[in-house]
Design a protein around this ligand. Sequence first.
Ligand code: NAP
Length: 255
Amino acid sequence: MKGKTLVISGGTRGIGKAIVYEFAKEGVNIAFTYNSNAELAAEQVKDMESQFGIKARAYPLNILEPETYKELFLEIDKDFDRVDFFISNAIISGRAVVGGYTKFMKLKPRGINNIFTATVNAFVVGAQEAAKRMEKVGGGSIISLSSTGNLVYIENYAGHGTAKAAVETMVKYAAAELGSMNIRVNAVSGGPIETDALRAFTNYEEVKEKTAELSPLKRMGQPQDLAGACLFLCSEKASWITGHTLLIDGGTTFK
Ligand SMILES: NC(=O)c1ccc[n+]([C@@H]2O[C@H](COP(=O)([O-])OP(=O)(O)OC[C@H]3O[C@@H](n4cnc5c(N)ncnc54)[C@H](OP(=O)(O)O)[C@@H]3O)[C@@H](O)[C@H]2O)c1
């Protein structure tokens, strides 16, 4: 992995942050994006460079404007000479999900569309730009984060759950067409993980308690629980895994 480059959206918090540190520890150079936390991102660049001796850079990105991925990758080209891995991780919250993160009868096309744009369209444009660079270095690995909320009911999660189902299918289409360039495409689908996104759930405490109760491991998921799976999928150990969704749910979905 040493000397390779990871491009990831939303590297400042939660699962994205755990992923960038997991890859940086292995000597991977990191190009990550932030949305609102510019200062945090700059501190993280310094911290990763000094701790792991890698190159790290942070860039602003708004996944509600997926086409801006094209400009982002042009900026990344100035700082990095190769792209080996791309992880579509960022997710919107707050005002942007009004009418999307709610009960079925309160869903509004605008809220649903925002979530779809941020989840599916952002994955598509980001993965297209990444694949063009990966082709030049003989292949690579692309991952979209997903959620078990497309398999089991989660209150208010209809907008996100359906977008995650869609992105998992998009992953399979991408895998089918990018395999000839030696690019593997997979999804990592998590059960409830303790991050800011989950803390914003109106019923966070209840979800937390129920998750620990449902899991045979008797605890809630942590961001690191998904980071290792991403590292594995990007490594040579996963060389024949493509078009797959790796479910990491602490055993909660079966119960
Ligand atoms: N938490 C869970 O229970 C769970 C479970 C399964 C799957 N997932 C998936 O895992 C991924 C990460 O979730 P998380 O829980 O780690 O989220 P999080 O803690 O809320 O972090 C969100 C990240 O996305 C960035 N972001 C926010 N709005 C953005 C925008 N408009 N454009 C670009 N970037 C934006 C944030 O940047 P700033 O810091 O700059 O705001 C931050 O880095 C998501 O795809 C989520 O659906 C989460």
